[in-house]
Design a protein around this ligand. Structure first.
Ligand code: GSH
Length: 229
């Protein structure tokens, strides 16, 4: 059985990617959640026990460790071809869009850190964030239009959709404005059973990570905190 090491469901956007992919596709795995520590160097110490780069997510399959969410996806695809679209063209598109998310959308990621249980109004909308949101809408619309939806690369949920689930949570938390088609797609992701399960578990968490919460509160006015006290 695959072992998937992750961190807090409320904050860990990278952990969410393989978790939601495996859950949504019905790939069995055992989850180990190790919450972030605020003590300096402690995450490294804890995560290094299973993950060579001291970060999560990390997938362990027998004695093989696979770290980094994109590498995990590719590893899983070797045994579970449904991870990527079956046809060449949507598969190439899906791989490109995943890679773009993995290494791009930096303003969206830094201005709006994932914090599932909170709702905020941003103090301002920096130009770089507007540019990222415009590109996001363009990307999503192009996939939905070319491959016919309801998912980005066609009728099936694949890795490219999993990579954008953390973005859907950010849109919800920060009330980010998108085109109607993109907004509908984000809501479609949020309505998936495995995504609702992640959200429910995130809201139940009582751990608070000071640095994540400070980053979130620095960019906007807190409207609601739905997390368990
Ligand atoms: N590029 C990596 C990023 C992994 C990453 O930054 N993980 C964060 C959690 S969301 C982490 O482990 N942080 C702990 C630390 O840096 O101390 C991936 O895609 O898996």
């Amino acid at each position: 059985m695959y072992q998937l090491y992750i961190a807090n469901k409320n904050y860990s956007s990278w952990s969410l990617r393989p978790w939601v992919l495996m859950s949504q596709l019905g790939i069995p795995f055992e989850e180990t959640l190790i919450p972030f520590s605020s003590a300096p160097g402690e995450n490294w110490e804890h995560y290094r026990e299973f993950s060579p780069n001291g970060k999560v997510p990390c997938l362990v399959d027998n004695k093989i460790a696979v770290w980094d969410s994109l590498a995990i996806v590719e590893y899983l695809a070797e045994s579970h071809p449904e991870v990527w679209p079956q046809e060449r063209q949507p598969r190439a598109w899906a791989r490109s869009a995943c890679a773009e998310m993995h290494s791009g959308f930096t303003s969206l990621r830094s201005t709006c850190p994932m914090n599932v249980g909170v709702r905020l109004r941003l103090h301002q909308l920096p130009d770089a964030l507007v540019k990222d949101l415009d590109r996001l809408c363009e990307l999503w619309e192009s996939g939905l239009e070319q491959f016919g939806g309801p998912f980005l690369a066609g009728h099936a949920f694949t890795a490219v959709d999993a990579f954008f689930v953390p973005v859907a949570f950010r849109i919800q938390s920060y009330g980010l404005q998108l085109t109607p088609e993109a907004k509908e797609y984000a809501q479609r992701l949020l309505n998936l059973q495995s995504v609702m399960m992640w959200e429910e578990e995130a809201l139940k968490e009582t751990w608070r990570d000071k640095s994540h919460d400070e980053e979130t509160l620095a960019v906007g006015v807190l409207l609601q905190d739905l997390r368990s006290a």
